[in-house]
Design a protein around this ligand. Sequence first.
Ligand SMILES: [Zn+2]
Length: 68
Amino acid sequence: MRIGYRCEDCGAVRILGTTRTELVWLRNRKHVVQEVARHSSGGLDLWMSDGLEFLDEHSDHSVLVEAM
Ligand SMILES: [Zn+2]
């Protein structure tokens, strides 16, 4: 089973290689994670940067965590 974000408003979907728990965590702490990413040289895991990008693109929308 694959997990990802789905935007309720425009129907966009992004499958991300992690767990539902992690995606809920990222969605709830988006601003904190962005702040940490700005100050860390190591960079983020791929699912995190992909996930943040999706959340940014749909920041005024309602984003769900869903099994695809
Ligand atoms: Zn959207």
